[in-house]
Design a protein around this ligand. Structure first.
Ligand code: GSH
Length: 215
């Protein structure tokens, strides 16, 4: 199988973590978003939405959207489980994950930046303020849910990492891209630290990727 990825992509980061946790290896092909390669004809043939990650399976079928790809791995490679067995608990984990994947991250993608700056006349400072606001709001939502719920443990849901932790970590890293830190979110910060002690998370980190800048 092959995954279209890029070192800095938060959605690709999430998929890398899951691949590592499941012990699955995939060939990687880089799509440099800074160079606009997501809009190249060759990549649009893979994903007409011009977004990474995309996963091409050995039978040639293509999966897109990080949440769908992560859930594919959860179903195809059940061990270790990244969703709880109970339906309501699974819904809690997915809800926490979606606060990052659906509510925070999509607002800071290159296509949004291009529209804000190219069509609405925003400058870089406004884009940064926008990004910090929405990334921070998603982290605040996660923090409040995590802090009040006894199901929160060492990780977002109990004492083993789930898809919620994968998404939490990507959200913290994404916030840092815009100068934010998890300092105002103590539960998020504690869980992020616990995740980042795990090899599968460390190896997936954007700055650990071979195409990441050295400095
Ligand atoms: N909801 C999608 C988001 C995918 C996405 O927007 N990926 C970003 C990189 S993190 C991208 O490729 N953006 C291209 C663009 O905005 O032009 C997912 O979770 O996979």
């Amino acid at each position: 199988m092959m995954v279209y990825t890029w070192w800095r992509s938060l959605a690709a980061f999430r998929v890398r973590i899951v691949l590592n946790l499941k012990g699955v290896t995939a060939e990687e092909r880089q799509v440099d978003l800074r160079k606009g390669q997501q809009h190249d004809q060759a990549f649009r043939a893979v994903n007409p939405q011009s977004a990474i990650p995309a996963l091409v399976l050995d039978d040639g079928s293509t999966l897109v959207q990080s949440m769908a790809i992560m859930e594919y791995f959860e179903e195809a490679y059940p061990a270790p489980p990244l969703l709880p067995a109970d339906a309501a608990e699974r819904a809690r984990v997915r809800a926490l994950a979606q606060m990052a994947v659906a509510d925070g991250h999509p607002l800071v993608t290159p296509r949004v930046r291009a529209y804000l700056e190219g069509e609405l006349g925003h400058g870089e400072a406004q884009y940064l303020a926008w990004s910090r606001h929405f990334m921070g709001a998603a982290l605040m939502a996660m923090e409040e849910h995590l802090a009040r719920d006894p199901q929160t443990g060492m990780f977002c849901h109990g004492d083993r990492p789930t898809l919620a932790d994968v998404c939490l970590v990507s959200q913290v890293v994404g916030f840092s891209y815009f100068g934010g830190t998890a300092d105002a979110f103590p539960v998020v910060r504690r869980i992020n630290a616990a995740c980042m002690r795990i090899d599968a998370f460390q190896r997936a980190h954007p700055l650990a990727q071979p195409d990441a800048p050295k400095a």
